[in-house]
Write a protein that binds this ligand. Sequence first.
Ligand SMILES: [Zn+2]
Length: 253
Amino acid sequence: MKILLLDIETAPTTCYTWRMWKANIGQDMIIEGGYMISCAMKWLGEDGVFYYENRGHDDAFLTTKVLEMMEQADYVVAHNAEKFDVPYIKYRAVVNQLPPPSPFKVIDTLRIARKEFLFSRNTLANLAIELGVEAKFEHSEFSGFKLWKECLNGNDEAWKVMKHYNIQDVITLEQVYLKLRPWSKEHPNVTIENESSEFHCPKCGSDSIHLRGYTYTNSSKYHKYVCRDCGGWSRTRYTTNSLKQRKVLLRSA
Ligand SMILES: [Zn+2]
């Protein structure tokens, strides 16, 4: 299974506005809509980051490059993938009249963070700090929105910083994802194509798993396993209850 991690950066919408707070911006006040300005991608567990940027206003080439990578992916991982990165890429694809990539499953680290934990903040930067995987950034003169503004003004130094941040973010994303993965109960099963007769961890694919007793649902008993590599738990699909036991088992009504 090929797992692609990605992080996109986008240009803001440029518009006229009378107000800065609770502004109601009409269609005819838009000067230019947003578009994709860069994307960093890497395959899980492989060295090397693929980075593409778009210094112009036409993101067709950049979107094509992103779709080419997604085409090869079985899973796409991003922080806020479900509500931002993936729908934004699809938005740019349809606007640029590009066809949809072959189907893939989405793994959203923000969704895992919100569902399983109570971090003080769920931003990628904060998760990285709290999980001890934060990158050491060199000080940059372009802080906050200034970086975007200078990139859009064609400042080469700002683009170097954008590239550095974008690449570093996808490396951090991989480290955060690996820390969260064993905790995710919704994680897709990466061993679905496994043809061996051995058990494998459904989260990371390792065959180094250990039988650790039983787990129960309201109607069945299953063997449970813990992964020696990622620490995640899993259980068998088939119950250990005999047919005789199942026939007389009552459930509350
Ligand atoms: Zn595992």
